[in-house]
Write a protein that binds this ligand. Structure first.
Ligand SMILES: N[C@@H](CCC(=O)N[C@@H](CS)C(=O)NCC(=O)O)C(=O)O
Length: 210
């Protein structure tokens, strides 16, 4: 059976959990308490030297870190339901939007949180090395995030899901980013109606609760 190294409250492992739930794949779950610093301890470092969750242990004992790598692996093993595009151009668009949701959404929020939260002093970046906070980056993070919400709203004004008429990995990353934005008290403006309608629709999927 697969094992997911997880931390329930954190956004990145939630992406992997939703993907697994959408695919209806069974797995064991091991909680790594990142609030207590367990990801930096020797036991977890031996599993994932990059000291981050999620990490997935395959049935043959290999470790995969990074959501995109975990999703690609699971999509190849369990192609149905398709979550990463069927044709070359669909796949390209899913990866394009997934990257944008990760970089312009999740990273922008992390830029705010990790550079301001007192509990993240010296932990401005994930990984085994400590990095000092640069509080000035929070302002830029908020700006980036709101540009992202605007672009996402424009995309969703044209179609039901981010990459067309089917739910994909890009929707998972985007919904996790939108929910994570509450952590830093940033909310998409009320007039981004396509974005809010899409969020309601996604939150009705059973996997949303994973
Ligand atoms: N790009 C990575 C991001 C992983 C990541 O940043 N995980 C966070 C939890 S959301 C973590 O493990 N943080 C540990 C820390 O803050 O030291 C992925 O998508 O898998």
């Amino acid at each position: 059976m697969l094992t997911l190294y997880d931390y329930t409250a954190a956004p990145s492992p939630r992406r992997a959990r939703i993907f697994l739930a959408e695919k209806n794949i069974d797995y064991n779950c091991v909680q790594i308490d990142i609030r207590a610093g367990e990801q930096l301890g020797e036991a977890f470092k031996a599993i994932n030297p990059r000291c981050a969750v999620p990490a997935l242990k395959t049935e043959t004992g290999e470790i995969i870190s990074e959501n995109i790598a975990i999703a690609s692996y699971l999509e190849a093993l369990h192609p149905t339901p398709n979550l990463m595009g069927r044709t070359p151009i669909e796949r390209a668009h899913v990866l394009e939007w997934n990257w944008r949701c990760e970089f312009e959404g999740l990273s922008a929020i992390a830029e705010i949180l990790r550079n301001t939260a007192p509990a993240m002093k010296k932990r401005a970046m994930t990984g085994p090395r400590n990095v000092e906070q640069l509080p000035v980056l929070a302002e830029r993070g908020a700006l980036r995030l709101h540009y992202f919400f605007e672009d996402l709203n424009a995309q969703l004004s044209k179609q039901t899901y981010i990459c067309g008429d089917t739910f994909t990995l890009a929707d998972i990353t985007a919904v996790v980013a939108m929910d994570f934005s509450k952590w830093v008290k940033q909310y998409p403006k009320d007039d981004l109606t396509a974005l809010h309608t899409w969020h309601t629709k996604i939150s009705e999927r059973p996997a949303y609760k994973a």
